[in-house]
Design a protein around this ligand. Structure first.
Ligand code: 4AD
Ligand code: MG
Length: 501
């Protein structure tokens, strides 16, 4: 068989031509003298039809023996077929098996999350996981596009570091030639030095947080993008972050509608935010919103709404269950999938119904000076249809390097909260640029001035106002893909209780 390969995503340009494909069996079924193979090759999925009358005995024998994830080579004729996935179909002329597979562990039936996470190396081949990794790639590319087109240069900062930058409680300790060292929580401090050399920089690297947190937003190892800009204040920083997010979202919407559709992402909220201004509020106003009667009312209404949705789903469930008995085979399959989907949605609603009263309590009792919890962020963003930028935080709860306003009470920091319950995706600030003030801050925090001496140099030699922020890649992927948990946004997640595969 000729070895020049065509990839499935290119097949539209090869209608009425012979091509060679190589891939894996995603699904296979037979009907009389026909075998239908859904072949995936990494670039897409294509239906390949083997007709007993048209192929050699060898190819036919191979076709009927195929099982999920067997690896194969195919030669065939491409025809356009609107009903098929991707709008094309391969009429197979020759089929070779590379490896026949029995018992692939991940079948189309439903599996529990632990089962799938333990087989992450295989699970990555499934459609949804495939789509999520592609969107992640698109987001990464869009981020580079955005910064590079604005004259930022990418710089890389160390992973072995001698100090904490984002609080000492979330450090992974390691050893560096008999010296204590930590895995970087952020590249920011080094980014500040690089901004003084290049003006506009961004970092794009892995960062590590040791918090013992098992929420759907926490990873122990995640990727962060940290721009740092000389001569920027908080406002300019916020304008840049807003432009960046709009640019990422519009590029992904333009290039990845197929993947977003596979993920079942309703893109209306993404489309909306590209057009509209983000909401900008101060921390104090955010606290007022959380404590307000209006918020309590919104949550009560949400409970009623969820209850109604649940009843509707249960009614639908009864109706399709009845149809199932007398349905044709193909329809039965559809109904079974629908029933599983319905179950998942009912489970989600029940979880919400358990959570919302807790959210209500937490928001009504929220006191000035605390940090927002995940549910506070959810409740806050629920009341707007675009991302919310919260600024002017109580200085005590923010990092030592943030500049304060004139009252010395508020830090000139900004958190950007994504809509639809995704919460904080960006944290940033204007930096303290005054030598005496930064020295005092370091002392107040009980940090070792020696370790920070190089950082303090930046305030000794040509100090200028400057600002920057950090965008969490995985939280951004979760939000844009509409995924419920960050564990599906990175190929091999590292989080509490999970270091394999
Ligand atoms: O808000 P954070 O901690 O800010 C910093 O590290 C600053 N030094 C950034 C800067 O100004 N250059 O983290 C920034 C973002 C968060 O908004 C969140 O999106 C993500 O990083 N992030 C996490 N993502 C996944 N798992 C975790 N444990 C995360 N911690 C932070
Ligand atoms: Mg933060």
């Amino acid at each position: 068989m000729k070895r020049q390969l065509t990839y499935i995503h290119q097949l539209k340009d090869h209608i009425s031509m012979d091509v060679n494909l190589a891939g894996w069996v995603y699904n296979v079924r037979s009907s009389g003298s026909l075998v239908f193979i859904e072949c995936r090759d990494g670039s897409g999925i294509c239906q390949c039809v083997v007709n007993k009358e048209e192929v050699s005995e060898n190819s036919w024998e191979t076709a009927v023996s195929l099982k999920q994830e067997s690896s194969i080579r195919l030669n065939g004729f491409v025809v356009s077929d609107e009903r098929s996935i991707g709008g094309v179909e391969l009429q197979v002329k020759r089929l070779e098996v590379i490896q026949l597979v029995a018992d692939y562990p991940i079948t189309p039936k439903e599996h529990g999350i632990e089962f799938l996470m333990n087989r992450r190396h295989l699970w990555l081949r499934s459609q949804r996981q495939w789509a999520a990794m592609r969107v992640r790639n698109g987001i990464i590319f869009a981020i580079h596009n955005f910064f590079q087109s604005r004259g930022f240069i990418q710089t890389d900062t160390p992973i072995f570091t001698p100090n904490a930058a984002e609080g000492s409680t979330t450090l992974f300790e390691t050893e560096f030639f008999n010296e204590k060292a930590y895995l970087a929580q952020t590249g920011q401090l080094y980014g500040e030095a690089l901004a003084m050399a290049h003006g506009l920089i961004y970092t794009f690297g892995p960062t590590f947080r040791a918090e013992k947190s098992k929420t759907r937003r926490h990873l122990s190892e995640f990727w962060m993008i940290e721009p740092e800009m000389a001569f920027y204040d908080l406002e300019m920083n916020m304008d840049l972050a807003e432009d960046m997010l709009k640019s990422i979202v519009s590029e992904v919407l333009e290039k990845y509608h197929h993947e977003l559709a596979l993920l079942g992402r309703d893109t209306s909220s993404l489309k909306r935010l590209v057009e509209k201004d983000f909401v900008r509020i101060k921390y104090d106003d955010a606290v007022d919103i959380l404590n307000s009667d209006k918020t309590a009312k919104v949550l009560d209404e949400l409970i009623q709404q969820r209850k109604a949705e649940k009843e509707e789903l249960i009614r639908e469930q009864d109706a399709i269950q009845k149809e199932h008995g007398s349905a044709k085979k193909w329809r039965k399959k559809q109904i079974e999938k629908r029933i599983i989907d319905n179950h998942t949605r009912v489970d989600q609603i029940e979880e919400d119904l358990r959570n919302i009263p807790r959210w209500k309590k937490s928001t009504q009792e929220f006191t000035w000076g605390s940090d927002f919890g995940g549910s506070d962020e959810t409740v806050l963003t629920m009341q707007f249809d675009v991302p919310v930028m919260v600024t002017h935080w109580p200085a005590e709860i923010k990092a030592f390097y943030m500049k304060r306003d004139k009252t010395d009470t508020y830090a000139l920091g900004v958190d950007i909260l994504a809509p639809e319950g995704y919460g904080e995706i960006v944290g940033g600030s204007q930096r303290e640029d005054n030598l005496d003030v930064i020295l005092a801050r370091i002392e107040e925090e009980g940090l070792d001035p020696e370790v920070f001496d190089w950082y303090i140099d930046l305030r000794r030699f040509g100090s200028v106002p400057h600002a920057g922020f950090g965008l969490g890649l995985e939280r951004t992927v979760a939000w844009i893909c509409g995924l419920g948990h960050v564990r599906e946004t990175i190929a091999f997640p590292r989080m509490m209780g999970r270091i394999t595969p």
